[in-house]
Design a protein around this ligand. Structure first.
Ligand SMILES: [Zn+2]
Length: 296
C-alpha cells in the first residue's frame, strides 16, 4: 500500500526522506557501454521522469529509506551529508541540505534511530552517519548501532591504505568516527536485524554490497542500493556503471535480481531512482522495465 512516499508492508512502515534529486549524469559517462542508438530507442519511456529532455542528463535522487518495524527504527543509506570537504567530488562538497529537518518532518528524531545500515560504503551512502559538532565528526544518531557488512568494511579499509583511495576524506569523516565511538557492528552479508528485516549479499558494484529485505504478512520490499543506479539498467542490465568495482559481477548480480523479482508484487526501492523512488520490475521482451508505484 502506498500513501504519498510512505509504504506499508504488513505491520512495517517505510518512508522515503530525500536529500536531493536532479538531472545529474551524462548517460555516456556513467555507463561506458552505452551507445546512442540504444539510448534513442529508450527515449520515449525515459523522458521526462528519468531523463531530462532539455539536457539529456539522467535524473537521480539521493534519499534514505526509514523502516519502522514493530520494534525498531532503521535507516537505510545516509546520502552525502553536510559540511564535507569533497574537492574531487563537487556534488558532495560543503553542502548544507535540510536533511535532518526532512527526517524530523517524517517524524524521526536523531535519538529515535536504532540501526543505520549502509548498503555499501560509497561517499553518497555514508554522509549522514556523522555530523560536525565543535569541529569534530560524531555519530549523527547517538543511540543507533551502525551495521557494516564485514566484507565491505574489509575492502574499504584496505583501499584506504593504498594510493587508489580518493583524496576526499569520506572514510575519515563518515566511517572511522562511527567505529571510534563504538557504534559500529560488523555483520555478515545475510545478517538478520529483526523478525521483519534482513540483509542479502549482492556483490559487484562493491564487494560487500547488500540488499535490505522487508517482509511481513506475505508482503515484501527490497532496498537494492546501487545494484542499479537508474531504471535504464532494467532494460540494459549488462550496462554496469563507471562506479562499479567489478562491472561483470555487478551485471550478473543485477540480472539475477531482476529475474528474481520480475512480475512479482515485491516493492523494489533503489538508492537513486527519482520520486516516488519505488516500484515493481516487469518483463519487457528479453529484459525488464521499472514500473513506478504511482504508475500502477
Ligand atoms: Zn550511490
Amino acid at each position: 500500500m502506498q500513501n504519498g512516499e510512505n509504504w506499508q508492508i504488513g505491520e512495517v512502515e517505510i518512508q522515503r526522506v530525500v536529500e536531493f534529486e536532479a538531472p545529474l549524469l551524462d548517460p555516456f559517462v556513467i555507463y561506458p557501454d552505452a551507445d546512442a542508438e540504444t539510448l534513442a530507442r529508450h527515449k520515449s519511456w525515459l523522458e521526462p521522469r528519468l531523463q531530462d529532455p532539455e539536457t539529456g542528463l539522467l535524473i537521480l535522487a539521493f534519499h534514505t529509506f526509514v523502516i519502522r518495524t514493530p520494534r525498531h527504527v532503521i535507516l537505510v543509506d545516509t546520502c552525502g551529508g553536510n559540511d564535507r570537504q569533497r574537492p574531487q567530488k563537487p556534488r558532495y562538497h560543503m553542502n548544507s541540505w535540510p536533511y535532518l529537518e526532512n527526517l524530523a518532518a517524517a517524524g524521526v528524531q536523531r535519538d529515535d534511530v536504532d540501526f543505520v545500515l549502509c548498503t555499501h560504503l560509497h561517499v553518497d551512502h555514508v554522509g549522514w552517519n556523522t555530523r560536525l559538532v565543535d569541529s569534530r565528526w560524531v555519530p549523527t544518531f547517538p543511540n543507533a548501532k551502525y551495521l557494516f557488512a564485514r566484507d565491505e568494511w574489509a575492502f574499504w579499509e584496505e583501499e584506504y591504505k593504498t594510493e587508489r583511495y580518493t583524496d576526499d576524506p569520506y572514510y575519515e569523516d563518515s566511517i572511522l568516527p562511527v567505529i571510534e565511538a563504538g557504534s559500529a557492528v560488523m555483520v555478515d552479508g545475510d545478517h538478520v536485524i529483526d523478525d521483519w528485516v534482513r540483509l542479502s549479499p549482492t556483490p559487484g558494484h562493491t564487494p560487500g554490497h547488500v540488499c535490505v529485505h522487508v517482509e511481513c504478512g506475505g508482503a515484501q520490499a527490497v532496498m537494492s542500493g546501487d545494484l542499479m543506479h537508474h531504471a535504464l539498467q532494467c532494460a540494459e542490465p549488462d550496462w554496469s556503471s563507471c562506479f562499479c568495482v567489478d562491472p561483470a559481477a555487478s551485471a550478473a548480480t543485477r540480472r539475477e535480481f531482476l529475474a528474481t523479482h520480475a512480475e512479482t508484487p515485491t516493492l523494489v526501492m533503489p538508492a537513486h531512482f527519482p520520486s516516488p523512488g519505488a516500484g515493481r520490475i516487469i518483463e519487457a521482451g528479453d529484459t525488464w522495465r521499472f514500473k513506478f508505484s504511482d504508475e500502477e
